[in-house]
Design a protein around this ligand. Structure first.
Ligand code: IFM
Length: 463
């Protein structure tokens, strides 16, 4: 393998490396029939919360089109598909009676995937909490850990005979802090204590879910997906802000899940906000993991907030920080392109966690592009998204470089299989390998999809 971030030489990946793509339930499924409301349904109804007032009622209509979508994945040569289960679809009230039709929809999806030799990799929680549970306090309540564990055990029982690899949570930092501190995401609260309670209860739920799933099916391969990122600050802020943000964004999740303890400096920074942590909780959280999922898009840069900085910082221990716009190329969503940071992050995981680090999967990585030059089908129906190809190429070179340095990365899932509902951005941002015409639900694989199919087939990046 030739490691060389940014250098156009052929790069080979280890034999057996898994190539996949990812989506999430609320972002693509549609089909409201039988599904209970989730917090995102409610949030989308809040005026001004989501661009253009977009919502998930139809999205990519994937549940109706799943047979065609799976065939498309097979045509693209995907070996694995990371999806999420909609908790309120299988348990409309979050607890209690399961929905037979909701359960049947995922049985059908898993069967289709397996028929096409595509491994399903479901995540149990990708932010669409049943509204019925939110009405009972959501993850702010300690009881949520047991609601989630019961749901997880049900999923293991129902599907665990054919589906082996599961993630408990997707990016729990986002649900806790964007959802409860800055309020940019559902449920849209601005309450620092609530955000920290959610951050802790999500992890407690993760630990209980691992125990519950293993008690039902001991041989499942279980992991969690987090979104750590290198943190950089400019000289307008106290340098300690870098440590503080690194603490709540990165080390809180990694230390707890891999080492079974929260970092002492973060507990110190949080002070009374962390009284939700009880004796024994950290041990419960630190159950053995079979794999760790890493979602990476960009490094994070911060400056000092000013009187004109909009909104509220999600960083509860560094409330005076604001995102810094750096002078470097960015994707259309405004995120800087920092593949070197991705390599550094993966190498740091190995350095900081050593033997405690299980095999790593890159469970999301990708780029939003939709504006000039227009990434819509041309007269021949081709979507020329060369910028996305360059983004993928650079980030896959970063993964290869990390592997070369000894990081055990076993697979990569592009975000996303297809354009979809990008949370507070609605449908205004397109991350897909496949273009979705929302008016007709036509799918058109972009140039990047064909490029990615070749990478997956050859297990290498072209020079
Ligand atoms: O679309 C999201 C996904 O749901 C979680 N990770 C980041 C993606 C891009 O914002």
């Amino acid at each position: 393998m030739t490691p060389a971030t940014g250098v156009a030489s052929t790069v080979r990946f280890p034999a057996g490396f898994t190539w996949g793509a990812a989506t999430a339930s609320f972002q693509i499924e549609g089909d409201r029939a039988g599904r209970g409301d989730c917090v995102w349904d409610t949030f989308c109804r809040r005026p001004g919360a989501v661009v253009h007032g977009d919502h998930g009622d139809v999205a990519c209509d994937h549940l109706r089109l799943m047979a065609d979508d799976v065939k498309m994945m097979a045509d693209l040569g995907l070996q694995a598909y990371r999806l999420s289960i909609s908790w309120p679809r299988v348990l409309p009230q979050g607890t209690g009676a399961a929905s037979p039709s909701g359960l049947a929809q995922y049985h059908r999806l898993f069967e289709l995937l397996l028929e096409h030799d595509i491994e399903p990799v479901p995540t149990l929680f990708h932010w669409d909490l049943p509204q019925a549970l939110e009405d009972r306090g959501g993850f702010r309540q300690r009881e949520s850990a047991w609601w989630f564990a019961d749901y997880a055990a049900l999923m293991a029982e129902e599907y665990g005979d054919t589906v082996d690899r599961w993630a408990t949570f997707n990016e729990p930092w986002c649900y806790a802090y964007l959802g409860h501190a800055s309020g940019e995401h559902a449920p849209g609260l601005r309450d620092r204590a609530a955000a920290v309670a959610v951050a802790h209860h999500e992890l407690l739920a993760h630990g209980h879910a691992l125990q519950a799933m293993r008690s039902v099916r001991p041989n499942l391969s279980l992991g969690i997906v987090i979104n750590p990122s290198p943190v950089h600050v400019d000289d307008t802020v106290d340098p300690d802000v870098e440590r503080r943000i690194d603490g709540t964004l990165n080390r809180w999740w990694l230390d707890a899940a891999l080492l079974g303890r929260y970092p002492l400096d973060v507990l110190d920074d949080l002070g009374p906000l962390a009284t939700c942590v009880q004796d024994g909780d950290e041990g419960t959280i630190g159950q053995e993991l079979d794999w760790l999922g890493i979602n990476y898009y960009n490094d994070h840069f911060y400056t000092a907030r000013t009187a004109t900085t909009p909104g509220v910082s999600p960083h509860v221990t560094a409330p005076g920080s604001a995102p810094l716009v750096v002078d470097r190329p960015q994707t259309d969503i405004g995120w800087p392109i920092t593949p070197q940071g991705f390599e550094a992050l993966l190498v740091r995981l190995q350095r900081d966690y050593g033997d405690a680090l299980p095999p790593v999967y890159v469970t999301e990585n990708g780029a939003a592009y939709q504006s000039a030059p227009a990434e819509v089908p041309d007269a021949d129906g081709v979507v020329h998204d060369e910028r996305r190809i360059r983004y993928y190429d650079a980030h896959l070179r970063a993964v290869a470089a990390a592997i070369e340095q000894g990081v055990d990365v076993r697979g990569y899932f592009a975000w996303s299989l297809m354009d979809n509902f990008e949370w507070a951005w609605g449908y205004s941002q397109r991350f897909g390998l496949v273009y979705v015409d929302y008016a007709t639900q036509q799918r058109i694989p972009k140039a990047s999809a064909h490029w990615y199919a070749q990478v997956a087939r050859t297990n290498q990046l072209p020079g």
